[in-house]
Design a protein around this ligand. Structure first.
Ligand code: NOJ
Length: 536
């Protein structure tokens, strides 16, 4: 059997509205993505994941689907999507779609039928109640229950009232949902990113969530979500979905698991299934919520590796369409961003990148009046909205930055030209080339992709040090996460008869091969990757 491609893949997330516009309407589209596949190929990525492109009223920019088997005209046509899949495959790039299966749009024909009456075929495709049965809140504001005057009942929505939750306890609804998956599997899609997949089953008695003490701007964050998320039956549904997927060759499910912040890695990992019989991959966002620090990152990464275990595949991610971009979280510190990239791309398992991350594009500035995101609109100023991290890709200099010939739907990042692919191609030391080198190294080094990781103690708290090992082949990765020169030793390795051959470094400093692990000096924010070789 062929090795599973996802076990060491690099997946590049595209937010389609913001990647490449091909028709001048200021919004990215599928033909635009096709135009940029050659660029993506130069990054040596294994797959692209597209945030939703299906028919949608766009109340939550595609995370509210009104037809899973039709393409929203703003993005193109079914033919465009078929071309995209074919063109990507020609370049050995797999295609992963974003499926939002916890809820649909309120304009989905299933919901329109469901609200008509209490005894149609689709009446129980959604979750209805005569009264508001509990204290649940919606993540995007207000109660999780909204009254429908036609059906004269309340329906449940974990997000906007425009996004009614599907009833996964109804086998007919599950069948209907699964047939949407089959539609895309038959079209050759290589995998799905499953939106908030741990939310699909709700408590059958609708019990109240326990309250959390204190005060937070969003009522949703004032409860422990034990009855509207992570119900035990969701594992059973994921096992069913895995069976369906495994009927096809080399397909992959990666799940978004909604957890309490800063993260619940053990809970996330539970969705991989004890017998690797649920999701192939799942996200743990703990690292993205952890301050840039050697000690803290080590703790978080160790915990994630432990939660996943050696036989399952960990997923690593620092950026996505819901998080302020890492470089902005780091207040524009490019040195830190490079080290973070080095950390990410030297981990075992699956790596997820977000478009523009390879260019160091920061968040766009979006004023309150220009904001689209419903979360930001509701919780401004506590939540600045998610538009800033969804700014357009910066391809070239000049008007429209190669993204559009029209007016971009969201503003470009400030001083956009300096981040452009065009400029960065010309600078040897650019972020783009840095990512390409790292991606190239990972691509040809199975130890970096698959080797087990063990963190090692050094005599300095600012150094993040770890070894990767595969079939007795070893790599040592050292990251100085501080802005100061650090000199330190690695006690564990000192007595071993080994030498370090440098494979890669953030710094061009002429550094001899390391003979001694007693006194290593690293420049501020230096990161280096070594091959460990026996001295004999
Ligand atoms: C998680 C998605 O990542 C986010 O963008 C979306 O708004 C919610 N789920 C609701 O679908």
């Amino acid at each position: 059997m062929a090795e599973a491609w996802y076990q060491d893949c690099v997946v590049y997330q595209i937010y389609p509205r913001s990647f490449q516009d091909s028709n001048g309407d200021g919004i990215g589209d599928i033909p635009g993505i096709i135009q940029r596949l050659d660029y993506l190929q130069t990054l040596l990525i294994d797959a692209i994941w597209l945030s939703p492109i299906f028919l949608s009223p766009m109340a939550d920019f595609g995370y509210d689907v009104s037809n899973y088997c039709a393409i929203d005209p703003v993005f193109g046509t079914m033919e465009d999507v078929e071309n995209l899949i074919a063109e990507a495959h020609t370049r050995n790039i797999r295609v992963v779609f974003d499926l939002v299966l916890n809820h649909t749009s309120k304009e989905h024909p299933w919901f329109i039928e469901s609200k008509q009456s209490r005894d149609t075929e689709k009446s129980d495709f959604y979750i209805w109640s005569d009264t508001i049965p509990n204290n649940w809140y919606a993540a995007f504001g207000g109660r999780a229950w909204t009254y429908d005057s036609l059906r004269k009942q309340y329906y449940l929505h974990s997000f906007l009232p425009d996004q009614p939750d599907l009833n996964w306890r109804n086998p007919k609804a599950v069948d209907a949902i699964f047939s949407q998956l089959k539609f895309w599997l038959d079209k050759g899609v290589d995998g799905f990113r499953l939106d908030v997949i741990n939310c699909i089953i709700k408590d059958d008695a609708f019990r109240n969530n326990p309250k959390i003490l204190g005060s937070r701007p969003r009522p949703y964050d004032m409860q422990r979500h034990i009855f509207d998320r992570n119900r035990p039956e969701s594992h059973q549904k994921l096992k069913m979905m895995r069976k369906l997927i495994d009927g096809y060759d080399q397909r992959m499910l990666v799940g978004e698991i909604m957890v309490e912040l800063p993260g619940e890695p053990e809970l996330a990992a539970s969705y991989l299934g004890r017998f690797q019989d649920e999701l192939h991959l799942c996200f743990d966002f703990s690292l993205a919520y952890t301050r840039f620090s050697a000690l803290k990152w080590k703790r978080v990464a160790k915990r994630w590796y432990e939660a996943v275990g050696k036989h399952r595949v960990p997923t690593w991610v620092l950026n996505n369409h819901d998080l302020p971009r890492l470089i902005s979280r780091l207040r524009g510190n490019e040195n830190k961003a490079r080290l973070a990239a080095m950390f990410l791309l030297t981990q075992r398992g699956a790596i997820f990148l977000y478009y523009g991350e390879e260019l160091g594009i920061p968040n766009s500035k979006v004023s309150r009046s220009a904001m689209y995101d419903p979360l930001g609109k509701r919780y401004w100023p506590f939540h600045p909205g998610r538009d800033p991290e969804r700014g357009p890709m910066i391809w070239s200099t000049g008007e429209g930055n190669g993204f559009t010939t029209g007016e971009s739907w969201l503003p470009f990042a400030k001083a956009a030209n300096r981040y452009s692919v065009e400029n960065q191609e010309l600078e040897d030391d650019s972020m783009l080339h840095f990512y390409r080198k790292l991606l190239g190294l990972r691509n040809k080094d199975s130890v970096l992709r698959l080797g087990l990781c063990s963190f090692i103690d050094t005599t300095c708290i600012h150094i993040l040090a770890y070894c990767r090992e595969l079939d007795e082949d070893q790599r040592l990765i050292l990251l100085n996460m501080s802005g100061k020169i650090q000199t330190f030793g690695i006690p564990l390795l000192q007595d071993k008869d080994i030498r370090c051959e440098k494979l890669f470094s953030t710094h061009m400093v002429q550094e001899p091969e390391m003979d001694s692990l007693h006194a290593i000096t690293m420049q501020p924010y230096q990161g280096s990757i070594y091959r460990l070789v026996s001295k004999q």
